[in-house]
Structure formats: C-alpha cells, structure tokens
Design a protein around this ligand. Structure first.
Ligand code: UDP
Ligand code: MG
Length: 316
C-alpha cells in the first residue's frame, strides 16, 4: 500500500444548501492540512447532487469553478442516498475513497484515523458511532431496532456503522461488479472484503437544515437492507406454516373427538372468530413478505440503471 496516498472524499447531497458552504470549507481546510503534513499526497472532493430541488447544485458549481480539486456529479432526479454514494465512489479517482454525509454529523477529523488504518494495511475502514445521543428519541429507537433485526437475520453488518467509511480504489472497483439496483452498501461491502478496521466517533446533531430521511425512506432502506441480504423472512414463513399445520391437525383430532365421543356441539363463536382473525393476519403478513421479495425480483429483472447522471464536472 502506497504511503502517503491520494484521497477522495465523496459527499451525497439532497437539498443541502444550508450546510454545503460550511461543509466544503471544513473539508478543504482539513485536506490542505493533511497534504501539508505529508499525510496524503493530494485530494479531491466529489459532490453528488441527488436531484436537489433547492440551490445545492448552484453552490456545488460555484465550488467547482473556483477549485481544481472539486468534482461534481449531477443526477437527473432523486435516486436516493445509496445510489448517490455509489455514483460518487465510481467517480472518485484516488487511492483512498471516503464517503461522508454532507451535514458532517460524522466527525470529518476521523478521516485522518481512517487514513492511518489504510497505511496499516486495511483497505476497508468503517466509521462507527459511539452512541446515539445526538438522535431524537424516535430515530434512536427505530435505528436500534433495525440493527437488532439485521443481526437476527444474520445479515453481515457492523452495529452503528452507517455510510461513513474508507474504501480502497480496488474495493470500489470490485463493488462495480455487483449489478443490483438495490444497493445496500453497509452490507454489500462485506460481500467484497472480510478484513476491516473500525474508527469510533461521536455523532453530532445536524447543525443546519433537516434530515432528508423521512419515515418512508427509512423504512424502504431497512426493507431493502434485509430483503437484499437474507431469505430468512421467507424461511420463517415456511416454518410458521409448518407449525400452524401441526396445530391444525391437533385441532382436527380434538374436534372429531368432541363431535363423536362427547356428542356435544360447542357454541363459542368467539373462539372461531379469534382463530379466523389470527390466521387471516398471519396469512396477510406472509403474503406481504413474499410480495416484498417478488417486487425485488421484478425491479431487478428490469435491469434499470440505479441512477442517471446528467453531467459530470471535472477539471482533469
Ligand atoms: N441524501 C441523499 N439522497 C437522499 C436522501 C439523503 O443524497 O435521497 C444525503 C443527504 O444529503 C446527506 C446524507 O444523505 O448527505 C444523509 O442524510 P441525512 O443527514 O438527512 O440523514 P440522517 O443523518 O438524518 O440519517
Ligand atoms: Mg445527517
């Protein structure tokens, strides 16, 4: 591994006009410091405009006009966080490629630690949050629930690691060979490499603007993550089906016994109704889970591109 090496920083942005100027200034200051200290040879900052509706793109263009180290990738519409990171990773040209949120909730100073780990021989370095104190109550609970669910389903992932990470150019090149539309990078990276290091950071509250992850985006990322990496939910349904079948045989024997030996007709519409409701609920849930996988197949089968770039702005 070359030491020092060159660094790319990838920033996905969706309606981030409030935070972009300070984020750019901070990252530039840090990068220049690392270049001067001989920690890295050169740097570039890759902004991906994920179909923003505010002035985000104009601000990026402004940075590009005045700075040789800025690259801008402009999407035609909003394709989502994971697509934006993927496009940024592929546009990046340097040896070490770091992805980081535009609101700098991930501590950018930790990039220096990631770089140090890279020089130790790790081509994959994951930023891991120390805690979730900066999150609002609802976000904290849902995020924790999600990570628990992911580990229950046996999906490779690291607790509290989101999309702040360093990858070598070689690993990014390997990622390109994964053609799936649903790109859940937090787990996809483990399909490429098993050796990694972690860097722990305090997550700050968002300084300006608001979270671009509404409830439905969060749920769809979570479902994508689980259904892309585990068939266990479907297997659980089969298991549930077997258990229900066994119960129904016991019920059948019991009913026949009551009918022929006790000669008693049991009233009790409540118990019948409860069973119908219960079974109906389980059947609908099961159909829903199967439907999720089916829709995933449907979307993947169409082989549509995960994003479309209007134009890439690059100096060299
Ligand atoms: N983002 C994006 N496309 C989207 C949603 C979010 O590129 O459709 C970017 C957003 O601009 C930010 C990062 O993803 O740089 C993380 O989003 P945010 O900070 O809103 O998420 P949170 O920290 O609340 O989970
Ligand atoms: Mg954020």
């Amino acid at each position: 591994m070359n030491c020092p090496a060159s660094l790319s920083i990838v920033i996905p942005c969706y309606d981030e006009e409030e935070v972009l100027p300070s984020t750019y200034a901070r990252l530039k200051e840090l990068c220049l410091g690392w270049v001067n200290a001989g920690k890295i040879t050169e740097y570039e900052i890759v902004f991906v405009n994920d179909g923003s509706t505010d002035k985000t793109f104009d601000i990026m263009r402004g940075f590009f006009e005045s700075d040789q180290n800025v690259v801008v990738v402009d999407f035609r519409k909003n394709f989502g966080f994971q697509s934006a990171i993927s496009a940024g990773l592929y546009a990046a040209k340097n040896e070490m490629i770091v992805s980081i949120d535009s609101d700098l909730q991930n501590d950018p100073e930790k990039i220096a630690e990631m770089v140090a780990k890279y020089y130790e021989g790790y081509e994959m370095v994951l930023g891991v949050r120390k805690d979730r104190a900066a999150d609002k109550f609802f976000k904290r609970i849902t995020a924790q629930l999600f990570y628990k669910l992911v580990s229950f389903f046996g999906i490779p992932s690291v607790y509290n690691h989101a999309d702040f990470r360093l990858l070598s150019r070689d690993i990014v090149a390997e990622l390109k060979n994964f053609p799936e539309r649903a790109r859940y990078l937090r787990s996809l990276i483990f399909s490429v490499e098993s050796k990694y290091a972690c860097v722990y950071y305090e997550c700050r509250a968002r300084a300006l603007g608001r979270s671009k992850f509404n409830f439905s985006k969060m749920v769809s990322l979570a479902i994508d993550g689980i259904t892309s990496f585990s068939a266990m939910p479907i297997r659980l349904i089969s298991l549930l089906g077997i258990v229900m079948f066994l119960f129904s045989i016991i019920g059948l024997v019991y009913t026949l016994c009551v009918r022929f030996f006790l000669q008693a007709v049991v009233p009790g519409w409540a118990s019948v109704l409860l069973i119908i409701l219960f079974l109906g609920g389980i059947q609908n849930l099961s159909l829903g889970v199967i439907g999720e996988y089916l829709s995933k197949l449907y979307l993947e089968a169409k082989q549509r591109p995960p994003y479309i770039i209007r134009r890439e702005y690059r100096h060299k």
